[in-house]
Write a protein of this length. Structure first.
Length: 137
């Protein structure tokens, strides 16, 4: 009985420490390394598609410009152009983003690293990729 009580107490304490750990600041610049693919639905890629036909790797940055509690706003800087995004740190502990044509779900690996999946489906193309975000500053 004492062992069961000790285990349950530990679970409650760990849950509380996670719950009250606070919302992490994401302000700053993040390097993005992505592995994925694009599928064309017509003769050309969409306006906001950063991938090219046949490309499987993409690098860029995400600049988080503002944060209010769990909500962030920023800009992706990719080789083919810039694109604004908004996001929330979910109650599930993940980071969830939307941009002009898609969305991403990421998890915190640690304070300086995120990883997850980005996807979009438009009339012109579909994209899916794994991405790793590493804090630059």
């Amino acid at each position: 009985m004492k062992t069961l009580l000790a285990v349950l107490s530990s679970i409650v304490l760990l849950s509380c420490s996670t719950l009250f750990a606070g919302v992490p600041s994401l302000l700053g610049t993040w390097q993005i390394q992505a592995d994925g693919a694009v599928m064309l639905h017509g003769p050309s890629l969409g306006k906001y598609t950063h991938w090219t036909k046949g490309e499987t790797k993409l690098t860029g940055t995400a600049q988080v410009l503002s944060q209010t509690d769990r909500t962030i706003k920023g800009v992706f800087h990719m080789p083919k152009g810039d694109e604004p995004f908004i996001g929330v740190i979910g109650y599930d502990g993940g980071l969830h983003l939307v941009d002009d044509d898609g969305f991403a779900d990421l998890r915190f690996v640690n304070k300086k690293k995120l990883e997850g999946v980005y996807r979009h489906i438009t009339a012109t193309d579909s994209v899916i990729c794994n991405s790793i975000w590493t804090r630059v500053k």
